[in-house]
Design a protein around this ligand. Structure first.
Ligand SMILES: Nc1ncnc2c1ncn2[C@@H]1O[C@H](COP(=O)(O)OP(=O)(O)OC[C@H]2O[C@H](OP(=O)(O)O)[C@H](O)[C@@H]2O)[C@@H](O)[C@H]1O
Length: 249
């Protein structure tokens, strides 16, 4: 589908207030035991499961373009599950005179009372555009570095302000689907960012198996039902080095 057609389709697509997807989601209970956390220093811990089942008040981190569309991949699932947060993201993008000025920044959206799940959403602007006009991997990684630094500052500011609870940090394998950047390269940037300014924080990053028509794969499918079309794999605990543990959510 051309970018123009996709934009038009996205504008027409209704955002469901309730759906089977949302009902299903209510049944997903996170299992976060806190086992296998690195002692002392923070880092990235791989987990198996569904990011949308993260504990209440968690921050869900994903990569975004600067055009104000959550039209495909996991972003489409965010749009369906958090319509109020989507409107904040969309307005944030269309209210700047030059969308590319958002590149390398993060928008941290607090939990919205009208959204069904109490999650923060962190939108890391890592490419100006999407589809055929997506930035190069090197440029995306450069933007990821500054966006993640910005993100950690925003979290620290929220904690200092103390108005709202900022819970665990949970990320999908940012940039590794439609943006086409090898996950390990983005993971390294998160690790380095946490080492520099993470204050011992941990980011849980999700291994997520796609079923056909799911969100993954660079330049892949149109997204279908978005992230909910995938399924969690079984967990494996213990016996792994730091940064290689797997937990199940
Ligand atoms: N429920 C779930 N739980 C946990 N992990 C899940 C999941 N569902 C999918 N994943 C995984 O999440 C990773 C990211 O894969 P994606 O292709 O989505 O994102 P990306 O970061 O490469 O690219 C961003 C652009 O895609 C979007 O669409 P728009 O352009 O806005 O329309 C954005 O806005 C950007 O533009 C892949 O590993 C998926 O397996």
């Amino acid at each position: 589908m051309s970018d123009e057609k996709r934009d038009a389709a996205e504008n027409e697509a209704p955002i469901p207030a309730t759906s089977t997807t949302l009902e299903d989601l209510e049944a997903v209970e996170p299992i976060s035991t806190g086992e296998n956390l690195p002692s002392g220093g923070g880092g990235v811990i791989m987990v198996h499961g569904d990011i949308f089942a993260a504990p209440t008040n968690s921050v869900l981190i994903h990569a975004c373009n600067c055009q104000g569309s959550w039209g495909a991949g996991i972003a489409l699932a965010f749009k369906q599950l958090y319509p109020a947060a989507y409107r904040i993201y969309h307005n944030h993008c269309i209210n700047v005179s030059n969308p590319s000025s958002l590149l390398g920044t993060t928008l941290l959206i607090p939990p919205q009372p009208t959204d069904r799940k109490t999650h923060w959403i962190a939108c890391m602007f890592t490419s100006v555009y999407y589809g055929r006009r997506v930035d190069t991997p090197d440029k995306i990684l450069e933007s990821t570095t500054s966006a993640f630094e910005h993100f950690l500052n925003l979290v620290a500011n929220e904690e200092t302000a103390g108005r709202r609870v900022v819970g665990e940090l949970h990320a999908c394998k940012i940039n590794s689907g439609r943006f086409g950047v090898e996950w390990e390269r983005s993971r390294k940037i998160l690790e380095d960012g946490l080492e520099d300014g993470g204050k011992g924080r941990v980011v849980f990053a999700y291994e997520f198996e796609e079923e056909s028509g799911g969100a993954g794969g660079a330049g892949g499918s149109s997204g279908g039902r978005g992230a909910r079309s995938g399924r969690a794999r079984g967990s494996s605990r213990g016996g792994l080095g730091r940064g290689q543990q797997t937990l199940r959510f």
